[in-house]
Design a protein around this ligand. Structure first.
Ligand SMILES: Nc1ncnc2c1ncn2[C@@H]1O[C@H](COP(=O)(O)OP(=O)(O)O)[C@@H](O)[C@H]1O
Ligand SMILES: [Mg+2]
Length: 337
């Protein structure tokens, strides 16, 4: 069983993936320990990808969604490897687009009856005064297609027109795309990791995330909090809320058509109503800190190696020949191919 991990140099990323090279190395080490023949590839060009195709791997692990070429074009890896007839982990390009663009995901899910915060888009000078805005204050402003809390801070929370106009301008100048403006959700924050097993069962790991309170009294998972790892991750204690979170995350996962694994972010309002925030379909996999392995550990006491084994199981079952190596996973936790 030949496995190739594909990533790019950190400075070539615009979006999330498994994480830095350290995260990819953790995945690599975990697979080595499980007895797989695995290589880690840092890809920058079409040629690098062609070299991987030549090796005819049984499975390519996509640690990033696309590589950006020198001419500014992107090669979406799931599309590329699918065209080459090579088995790869994770979702198809069409589904990954819904991860990259929060508005497309919200629209897609809202049209299918799934709760997501009401929203509109804004560019500088589009609106003249508060009464022009389609949704009343307080509002929350963020980039459409960034990740890792980029562009998100206390100024994302706006309560009047001048704060609104100023954050629209600063986000627009930095990201150069229309701004996503949502109703502000003043409740708790959750994330749910989901792994689909080869027999189509879901291993669901919901947790609550408690960001530290800012000097303005807000609890937001912005860039600073994520960089500092200062948020608390804990089990969801209230069963009613937990069931609501699981249901929303599962419905979102299945409705989006996610393959293999993904992480759904959810936020509630004070009344406890839950809303889809975004889907992370190539989620961070840094051992010891990323939400995906941490939530599996908190909810199911899974070790990092077990999580890696589980997220790859469906991909490995798609591979031929279907011979498992010396598996780390105890037989009772393994799903049949
Ligand atoms: N509508 C909202 N109301 C309140 N807080 C929000 C809202 N949308 C996002 N946030 C806060 O901002 C954080 C980051 O938003 P998210 O859309 O998940 O972006 P990222 O891709 O950077 O993780 C969320 O985890 C949450 O703390
Ligand atoms: Mg998020």
């Amino acid at each position: 069983m030949k496995i190739e991990i594909v990533t790019a140099r950190n400075d070539h990323w615009e979006e999330t993936g498994f994480g830095t090279l350290t995260a990819c190395n953790s995945v690599f080490d975990s697979l080595k320990r499980a007895g797989y023949d695995v290589k880690l590839n840092i890809c920058e060009s079409r040629r690098d990808l062609e070299e991987i195709v030549k090796k005819k791997p049984d499975l390519v692990i996509l640690a990033i969604k696309y590589i950006s070429l020198q001419d500014g074009k992107k090669i979406w890896l799931s599309e590329y490897f699918s065209q080459q007839g090579i088995n790869f982990t994770g979702s198809s390009r069409d589904v990954l687009k819904l991860d990259s663009n929060k508005i497309s995901a919200k629209l897609y899910l809202a049209n299918r009856g799934i709760n997501t915060a009401r929203y509109f888009m804004a560019i500088p000078d589009q609106y003249r005064c508060a009464s022009d805005l389609p949704i009343a204050f307080p509002l929350f402003l963020k980039p459409t297609d960034a990740a890792n809390g980029n562009g998100i801070d206390d100024l994302s929370f706006v309560t009047n027109f001048s704060e609104f106009a100023s954050k629209v301008l600063s986000l627009y100048s930095r990201f150069n795309t229309p701004i996503l403006v949502e109703e502000y959700l003043d409740g708790r924050e959750f994330t749910v990791s989901i792994i689909e097993t080869p027999n189509n069962e879901l291993i669901i790991s919901p947790i609550e995330i408690v960001p530290p309170e800012s000097k303005n009294g807000l609890r937001i998972l912005g860039q600073q909090v994520k960089n500092d790892n200062s948020e608390e991750l804990k089990p969801i204690e209230d069963d009613e809320i937990k069931n609501r979170v699981i249901k929303l995350a599962t419905n979102s996962f299945l409705t989006l058509g996610v393959r293999d694994f993904g992480r759904i972010d959810i936020r509630a309002n004070k009344a406890g109503d839950c809303f889809f925030i975004e889907a992370n379909l190539v989620p961070g996999m840094t051992a010891g800190s990323s939400y995906f392995p941490k939530s599996c550990e908190i909810e199911h006491a899974l070790t990092y190696d077990e999580v890696i084994q589980l997220i790859l199981e469906s991909g490995l079952c798609r591979a031929k020949p279907k011979i498992p190596p010396n598996q780390l996973m105890p037989t009772n936790q393994r799903t049949a191919c």
